[in-house]
Design a protein. Structure first.
Length: 194
């Protein structure tokens, strides 16, 4: 409990509102949010020169003819299609753009420390903490299950990122107790098993 209080205090001091923020209280979005490395199929109706496959770059952008770089990460495919239509409209009248996700590559988590198979895990659906530990083959005999934590990049109010640590006890995950519970991981989260 003390660790969670320190975590919440640290988050509040980092430029967030005075309301307590629970970093582990993360609901999966209703629609898939695009991210770096996702592969898209962009179709501009009746225009083969503008239709293409695109990979979202690490900076969250895609490149398109005529309009250049367009932000894609953090948007749904339908929102990106609307953005592309708006930007292309001055060049192509009566435009109709569709965006399909060909490959989901942006959602990944890391598990390191005292697990059987540490590493980066590319996942195709939202994953909980227990599921990620299972993908890593479970704990070794030396794992300190009461001292797990998740390292997460968190945006400050000024847009800069810093890392926070979310302490977790395995017994609380299994028995459904504790302050954090078995929460859904965000892409890029790192589970550390000391």
């Amino acid at each position: 409990m003390f660790g969670l209080c320190v975590l919440l205090l640290g988050v509040n001091l980092s430029g967030c509102s005075s309301e307590a923020i629970r970093e582990d209280a993360y609901e999966a979005p209703q629609e898939f949010l695009l991210g770096p490395e996702d592969v898209l199929e962009i179709t501009v109706w009746r225009n083969q020169d503008l239709s293409r496959s695109a990979v979202i770059r690490p900076d969250g952008m895609i490149s398109m003819p005529i309009i250049g770089d367009v932000p894609a990460a953090g948007k749904t495919a339908s929102i990106l299609a609307k953005d592309l239509s708006t930007k292309l409209l001055p060049f192509v009248p009566n435009i109709n753009v569709s965006v399909l996700v060909k490959e989901v590559n942006s959602y990944h988590v890391f598990v390191l420390g005292e697990v059987s198979k540490p590493g980066k895990f590319q996942v195709k659906s939202y994953t909980t903490l227990l599921q990620a530990i299972s993908m890593a083959g479970g704990f070794t005999e030396y794992a300190k299950k009461g001292r797990l934590y998740v390292v997460r990049a968190h945006a400050n109010g000024d847009g800069r990122y810093h890392e926070i640590r979310i302490p977790v006890r395995y017994a609380d995950l299994v028995h459904g107790g504790g302050a954090t519970g078995n929460f859904i991981l965000r892409s890029g989260d790192t589970i550390v098993v000391p």
